[in-house]
Design a protein around this ligand. Sequence first.
Ligand code: GDP
Ligand code: GDP
Length: 445
Amino acid sequence: MLPIVALVGRPNVGKSTLFNRFLRKSRAITHDMPGVTRDRIYGECVMGDVRFDLVDTGGMVLESEATPELSKDFEDEIFEQAREAIEEADGIIFVVDGKEGLTPLDRQAAEYVRKSGKPVFMLINKVDGSEFAPQMTAEFHEMGIEQMPVSAAHGYNLHEVRDYVRRFVLDLGIPEETEEDRVEAGLKLTMLGRPNAGKSSIINAVIGRDRLIVSDVAGTTRDSIDVTFEKKGKRYTFVDTAGVRKRANIQDHLEKISVIRALKNSKRSDVTVLTIDITLGVGRQDKRLIEFLAKEKTPFIVVVNKCDLIPKSETNKALEAFRRELRVIPHVPVVMTSAQKGVGIGKLLPLAETLRRECEIRIGTGALNRALAAVLEKLQPPVVKRRRPKFYYVTQADEPIPTFVFFCNDHTLVKQSYVRYLENQFRKLLGISAAPVNIVFRSSH
Ligand code: GDP
Ligand code: GDP
């Protein structure tokens, strides 16, 4: 498990800009994707020999949108977000705006941070050059938090800041997950879903009487309990079952806190399982989760549980309704289960295996370009603004999910309908049915 560092601060101080600066390299490939805006909630950073997860509270709209009653007013909302981030984090980067100076909201936020007792340092952002540093930083000294000036937008002091962040993370003293740990765990699954949807029951039903290898990781401060077991000679791990159990026992309001944690877990697992109670249908929170998982191109399965509670004659109708909710991501498998009666449970692990196998597919450039030729032959891209998009060649990028980079004359000429056509054809030709696929364009004007 990687250390978690949270960017905390009031809106507009530049958290998202910093987030992008810190993450830049690992995300570069997605920038060419047409029509995709990313919720920048969470991402993995690499700084020299150090890896950690960075959480950007600026992008966290998920919780407040799911529960409007929580956001009584703007300040409440900010604190809710900051509080969640602080709770999840091992270390905190507190961000303030050097141009605006110290505000009452900064002081309040700093008070929260201090109370958490977690390691913290402060970035005074928007110091757009060394000549401004002494004057802009002076008033922040009184806060008694170690500080550095920076300009996220213009790059001033950024190199030093990265180096400082690197040492800050090292000093948190959280041991890195080794390659060995990763292999030991086998295929990793994260359970998402509303309380009482049946997540723990499904975990129990899946594991059944098979050999449990680890049931408790003692001494972790974050009380994350991974459950590793063996089934038919293969290893699997349910990630963070403590989170699953805890969510089952607390009311809706508190449950929002663990959304961040759940999404984060889904990032560090191979397959995410979203469980929905068939009698309740797809709720608001489920919709947001589906949207997020789709946008993040997360390999996931939807499990429609408690099918024993509706008559058999109605299951098809119910399944269709769930499929409709997933129409923008038709590749996502939907499984009907009853954890109580053991129905459908046997399908879960094989499906997860399929998803992982498809994610690991690597196809040579020769085969890809033969596929491209066939696909173009069958249907030319439509002319846009009297110009026809031209595809030169396609390669697969080295990414965790199948990512195909199409080199073309001008990607703005490629219609969304044609992107869908490309994706569907490539899926068919390459045998990728359930995994997410990323279609990326590079233009050479
Ligand atoms: P967040 O709400 O804290 O995530 O803030 P954003 O990253 O969205 O930034 C808010 C605004 O401040 C945007 O208009 C940025 O372009 C601007 N900004 C961010 N960093 C800097 C900086 O270093 N210098 C200046 N002058 N503007 C910045
Ligand atoms: P979690 O909060 O998502 O982990 O949900 P639990 O696994 O704790 O299940 C919540 C409740 O639903 C419990 O009372 C379970 O016995 C019940 N439950 C779970 N799966 C099923 C199912 O397939 N059918 C029925 N009828 N009840 C179920």
